[in-house]
Write a protein that binds this ligand. Structure first.
Ligand SMILES: CC(C)(COP(=O)(O)OP(=O)(O)OC[C@H]1O[C@@H](n2cnc3c(N)ncnc32)[C@H](O)[C@@H]1OP(=O)(O)O)[C@@H](O)C(=O)NCCC(=O)NCCS
Length: 196
């Protein structure tokens, strides 16, 4: 079922109340995005594929529609994945919940990818809108659509990493780790991994 997501977006409530507890914020966050999802995808309970439209643009979770060359074309020059091989992008797509953003006419112009167990935790990455299509609130719509996906509700933890878009993601409730000293990670840079 397709509906105008502008209707769904009316369900987004204003910024979070700083006085709320973390649990209240999280509960409100997921309830809000659950309502967004139901408005966008007609209450579709499962994950699978779904799509929503706005101003001729479309967001779809149908992995088969993705233009892997567009995704790779962007990611191989992105600051976080410079030089990433096509085969690595294909493998990542195959094992992720993916969201393609399509322009009127069907060309893919944006992407987001979620690595998740669909129960406890999700990591959102590789988010982009091609430069010719930026500044039309498509990035916000894409992110809202990701967060309202039925399979991403009631998670304890949703993570992402960003070098410069902290303010953008703060609108959705993301903040720096409260206890960074408790966070451990094994990291290898794109330069180290993907150099010729
Ligand atoms: C980040 C990105 C997806 C945003 O897409 P977009 O369609 O241009 O974004 P929107 O039009 O929905 O932007 C809406 C708002 O977010 C703000 N915004 C966009 N990119 C931002 C950034 N990098 N940092 C802070 N704010 C940002 C816009 O200024 C706008 O603010 P406003 O509501 O005050 O006018 C896009 O700029 C992009 O692909 N960037 C390169 C890849 C990237 O950095 N991805 C994120 C990695 S974590």
């Amino acid at each position: 079922m397709l509906i105008e997501v502008t209707d769904a977006q009316k369900l987004v409530s204003p910024a979070y109340d700083d006085s709320s507890t973390e649990a209240q914020i999280a509960a409100g966050f997921f309830a809000r995005h659950r309502r967004l999802h139901e408005a966008a995808f007609g209450g579709h309970a499962g994950g699978g594929s779904g799509s929503s439209r706005r101003d001729g643009y479309e967001i779809s979770t149908d992995r088969a529609r993705l233009d892997v060359d567009v995704v790779h074309g962007f990611l191989r020059t992105a600051y976080w994945s410079r030089g990433i091989p096509l085969e690595t992008v294909k493998r990542a797509i195959a094992h992720s919940l993916c969201f393609g953003l399509y322009a009127p006419g069907g060309k893919q112009v944006g992407f987001a990818r979620v690595v998740t167990d669909e129960a406890v935790i999700a990591y959102i990455g590789d988010v982009f809108v091609l430069s010719e299509h930026r500044g039309r609130r498509l990035g916000i719509w894409l992110f809202e659509t990701v967060l309202s996906n039925a399979d991403l509700q009631a998670l304890r933890r949703v993570e992402l990493a960003t070098a410069d878009a902290h303010e953008l993601y703060a609108r959705f409730g993301f903040r720096a780790f409260r206890h960074p000293e408790r966070q451990l990670v094994i990291e290898r840079s794109a330069e180290e991994l993907y150099r010729d």
